[in-house]
Design a protein around this ligand. Structure first.
Ligand code: BYC
Length: 470
């Protein structure tokens, strides 16, 4: 197992102190990161003591330490999963060759682009969520928000380590730029669409961590297969942390559904009783699921084919497939010929975005099944909309569909969109519920049920955030 240095300026298991140049470069980036964190990280809570977990190793049996910490003092570290001896490239044109410990020259630009795109999402999500602390439903939820935020910060560190270590001056410039783009900024936006969408209420936050973080899971699974071994090892450890983020999202929505269901069962309209009605929850689901579908890129993609052929980005759990070269295989896809959708065989490598999206959609279906258990007796069922609905990337972008996938014209969409996506009225209502944060341990806002259990075996009324105002 790799050695862990926890007492250095930057905790790490990559033997940072043996490479003084790299160590110095990262130590120069560190204050810029902290300055970005203070400006763009959680607003108003930087001086509070938060009960957080910190990664201290990559040992699956005990990689995290829980304690109170002020967020700017969080120990963001660089941790790579242990190397797999004799690891080979698992797919593409280099299938079976030894995995690369350095960046192959011909793939330098593609790899840098993948790492920058991944890295950009991490600070973006922190920026999107930075004001949520002021409207939190409980200390338990507030702590979970900050846990997600600090870990996205660590994931940014993970990508910055790769950029600094393997991409020279270009990498250092990209690492600077990661702190300069801003979510939603018209002049210097974040790279991918979903990461520029406002996430200013807790229903959106829980949908984001259910659906957008789940894109993160699938992209990380695909990058964990990379022939570039340092990227693979980095992503494997990031996946360990990602699981909690999706837990926060799924259980958060689940608790909102439970609260609504309780009221409906009593014959009450949740909106008359300070909770969120089921159709509004479905509209938020429709929005965040579809902007997350866009994160997989176009159905037919030369980029994806090239990434796969080069051995840079594989399929999730590549070992489940038999053919790892995928040169002769095809994928059946509905594609537009003129205005008609026609089923056609597409070269499999070009359809890799769709293959990954298929795995993602199947995982999302399972979440919906779990949510529906809370409403099974009420004659209501949540559903994922068609993957044609409300798309901004790929072949369905610029066309209009109902959530069940029927094509309609722009005017009909415009007239009916408030039935399918959160309207301004919905957003105002949801925000109005959250006007007053709940900071008393063990208390919960009226619109959400308490969780089944606390964090790290602590009770639900534990003081997850020490709200010790002077
Ligand atoms: N928005 O061939 P195409 C996470 C661009 S989330 C804007 O269709 P490709 C996390 C594309 O860049 C996981 N632009 O797509 C979650 C290209 O641009 P250029 C993040 C988009 O390249 C929550 C053009 O459209 N990780 O970790 O096959 C909290 C045509 O490209 C979008 C990754 O994404 C979009 N949605 O695939 C915190 C992994 N989609 O070249 C963290 C790394 C596409 O024409 N990224 N475009 O300028 C990739 O693997 C690929 O870049 C993508 C796109 C899958 C995103």
């Amino acid at each position: 197992m790799s050695n862990v240095s926890l007492n250095e300026k930057i905790p790490n298991n990559v033997d940072l102190s043996s490479d003084k140049r790299l160590q110095r470069a990262l130590e120069q980036w560190q204050p810029e990161f902290i300055s970005w964190w203070k400006d763009m990280g959680p607003e108003g809570f930087q001086e509070k003591d938060i009960y957080l977990r910190t990664a201290v190793s990559v040992d699956p049996k005990g990689w995290a330490h829980f304690d109170y910490v002020r967020m700017p003092e969080y120990r963001w570290g660089i941790f790579l999963a242990d190397p797999v001896p004799g690891r080979t490239v698992g797919f593409g044109d280099h299938y079976g060759e030894p995995a690369w410990q350095e960046v192959p020259g011909e793939y330098r630009n593609s790899l840098r682009r993948l790492i920058v795109t991944q890295g950009d999402t991490e600070p973006a999500s922190v920026e999107q969520q930075r004001r949520l602390g002021h409207t939190c439903p409980s200390l338990y939820d507030l702590r979970n928000l900050f846990q997600v935020n600090v870990e996205e910060g660590r994931h940014l560190w993970a990508m910055v380590y790769l950029l600094h270590s393997y991409f020279g001056r270009d990498g250092r410039e990209e690492a600077e730029a990661l702190l300069q783009r801003r979510s939603g900024d018209a002049d210097k936006p974040r790279i991918l669409g979903a990461f520029n969408e406002p996430c200013t209420d807790w229903l959106s936050f829980f949908m984001f961590t259910t659906f957008t973080d789940r894109d993160g899971k699938y992209q990380l699974l695909a990058l964990a297969e990379s022939g570039f071994d340092p990227l693979s090892r980095t992503c494997r450890f990031m996946l360990t942390e990602e699981a909690h983020h999706m837990f926060v999202g799924e259980t958060g929505v689940s608790r909102i559904i439970q609260r609504a269901a309780e009221l409906v069962r009593e014959g009450k309209d949740p909106r008359d009783h300070g909770a969120i009605d089921l159709p509004t929850i479905q509209r938020y689901l429709n929005f965040w699921y579809t902007v997350s579908l866009d994160l997989f890129g176009s159905e037919v993609s030369t980029n994806a084919a090239n990434f796969f052929g080069a051995g840079l980005k594989g399929r999730a759990k590549e070992e489940q497939y038999e053919d790892h070269v995928a040169l002769d295989a095809t994928y059946e896809l509905d594609v537009y010929e003129g205005d008609r959708l026609v089923r056609r065989p597409i070269p499999l490598r070009s359809a890799m975005n769709e293959v990954l999206r298929d795995a993602y959609v199947a995982d999302c279906e399972k979440v919906i099944t779990r949510w529906n258990k809370h409403v099974a007796d009420l004659g209501f069922a949540f559903a994922l909309p068609s993957r044609r609905f409300h798309r901004a990337q790929g072949q369905f972008a610029g066309r209009y569909f109902t959530p069940d996938g029927t094509e309609i014209d722009a005017a009909t969409f415009e007239a009916r969109k408030d039935e399918w996506l959160p309207s301004e009225k919905d957003k105002a209502y949801v925000r109005s519920l959250m006007a007053n944060p709940v900071y008393t341990p063990g208390h919960f806002a009226n619109w959400i049920a308490p969780p089944a259990r606390g964090i790290n075996d602590k009770p639900i009324d534990f003081e997850y955030v020490r709200y010790n105002e002077a």
